[in-house]
Ligand binder design. Structure first.
Ligand SMILES: [Zn+2]
Length: 85
């Protein structure tokens, strides 16, 4: 499994949110740490993509895409996401 940084999520976040959120500040629901999504630890596999907190390793966000074209985006570990115009 390859360990990447959150910059690899730029395209997927833009698809879901409508803007490049890699520079947006997010707060980890587990440890309270915050920082840009770009510094999250990202693992990409054939089953999906998981972004983890670089401080406590909790799951911040998940992306799952089926072979039928359906997609799911979850933010189980993000308690706040900075939204900028
Ligand atoms: Zn954390």
């Amino acid at each position: 499994m390859t360990k990447l940084d959150g910059n690899v999520l730029a395209g997927r976040l833009a698809d879901v949110l409508g803007w490049d959120a890699t520079a947006a500040d997010v707060r980890c629901a587990a440890c309270g740490a915050h920082g840009a999504i770009a510094v999250a630890v990202v693992y990409m596999t054939a089953m999906g993509t998981v972004a983890r907190c670089p401080h406590c390793d909790s799951v911040l966000a998940t992306f799952v895409e089926s072979d039928t074209g359906r997609s799911w985006f979850g933010m189980p570990g993000i308690s706040a996401l900075e939204v900028t115009p």
